[in-house]
Design a protein around this ligand. Sequence first.
Ligand code: SF4
Length: 279
Amino acid sequence: MKIAILSGKGGTGKTFLAVNLAASAKYSTIIDCDVEEPNVHLFLKTENTSTKNVSVKIPYVLEQLCDGQRKCVDFCRYNALAYIDNQLIVMDNLCHSCGGCLLVCPNKALKEKNKVIGEISSGKIKQINVLSGFLKPGEATGVPIIKELLDDSNAFEGLKFIDCPPGSSCSVIESIKSADFCLLVTEPTILGAFNLKTIYELTKLFNKPCAVVINKSEKKTNPAQLFCRQNKITILENILFDRTMNDISSIGKVLVWENKRYLKLFTNLLNNLVLEARK
Ligand code: SF4
C-alpha cells in the first residue's frame, strides 16, 4: 500500500510524519519525492547507500541543417529555444524534455543528448528502505526524478510512505498519482486551513481517498478542524504542540526511536491510517 503524505506548504511536518510512520511500521519503504529540498536522509542515515544519476533528453542543433524557420521556437511553450543572429540557441535549464521541437523541425535539424539533472540514493536503516531524490539546483523540473523514484520503489513490498513536495505543483501531482491513499498534514491556523483546502481539492481531482493530521495543534477548536468538519474529512490525529517533540526532531533524531510515549502515539496513528486506507 502506497500512502502519500502531503501539505500545502513547507514546514508543516510532512517529513516528520513520514519518517515517524515509516519507523513505527514493522517493515516499510520511504520515498523522498521532495526532490528540491529532500530531508528524509537527515533523519534516516542509511548504511551501504548506493547512488545513481537521473538523466533527461535535451535537444541540440545540427547547425548545417538549420535554415532558421523557427518552427521549434514557436512550438516550445517553455521558451527554451531562441533564434538569435542566425543561430538556434537551446536553454537547457528551461527545457522540459517534451521532445516536441524535434518533431516539428522540417529539416530534422534537432537531435537529443542526455543531461544529468540529479540523482537517486537508496539504502536501508533498521527495517526501513529509504529512497531519496536530489534535483540539481537550477534544473527546470524534478518530475523525471520522482517518476524514477516511484518506479524503483516497486522493487519493495509492504507499506510505502511517499514524502511529497509541498504545495500543489506538477511534482506533487506526479508524487500522488500512484498512491492508494493521501494523508494531508496541516496546522491549526487560518493559513493551515487555506492550504489544506488546496491539497484536499487536488486529492479530489485525482479521486484519491484521504484523511488529515493536524500538527502542532491545540486543545481548542481551530480553522483546520472546522474545514474538516464542513467537508466530512476524517481527522486521524491532532498532534498537540510539544516542545520535547520539536527538540528531538530538530537535531535529526527519529522521535519513535527515542521515546516510548511517541512510539505509542505513532503506532496508534499508523494503525488508524491503515484501517482508514482499507475502508
Ligand atoms: S524538448 Fe520541448 S521543452 Fe525542450 S526545447 Fe524542445 S520543445 Fe522546448
